[in-house]
Design a protein around this ligand. Sequence first.
Ligand code: DX5
Ligand code: ZN
Length: 221
Amino acid sequence: MKPYLIAPSILSANFAKLGEEVDSVLAAGADIVHFDVMDNHYVPNLTVGPLVCEALRKHGVTADIDVHLMVQPVDDLIKQFADAGASYISFHPEASQHLDRSLQLIIDSGCKPGLVFNPATPLHYLDDTLHKLHHILLMSVNPGFGGQSFIPQSLTKLQKIRTLIDNSGFDIRLEIDGGVKVDNIRAIAEAGADMFVAGSAIFNQPNYSQVIDEMRAELAK
Ligand code: DX5
Ligand code: ZN
């Protein structure tokens, strides 16, 4: 099992002072910045693009930036995010016209590729892609908004993906995104996740380091 990574989602940060928010959450002990990209087409919400990723790099953010593309089409944005300083790039397989091509574009642009599964997206998209993946992101809410409740069935799906990864022999991170809180993070880790996105649980509290410390304490149990 890989070391646990905590990835605050900037979706719940104060966008009027995003650079400071990212600095604060990294100083509070976060490992990586989760960057949600929504296009008001694949999901019914609209967020930020490569310019904002680039602005964070120019601001001085050196931590990995985990770009989660909730967009359709996918391919045009891959190179743009790679040039803007993305470290990981993931997308939803059903939003891509040519899955292998999109993954290869991410690899060729020097980023780490991931596939994202919604609560009801079938796992067969992993049949011929596992060998190219750096991470798999399981959505434990339907994509589009922060602050939703964790869908309990996600634990079963997480276990299934963990088994697939372990049986494959590939070294793939398993990321969970949606409704992750201090009080459920232990169960989520036990089901197989090793990377935890948390938006509202962290940014809706005044003391980011307290929440992250509490999450790490749960993970260490
Ligand atoms: C939802 C996004 C998530 C979201 C998580 O579509 O992908 O990253 O910000 O927010 P919380 O942790 O509040 O559920
Ligand atoms: Zn996300």
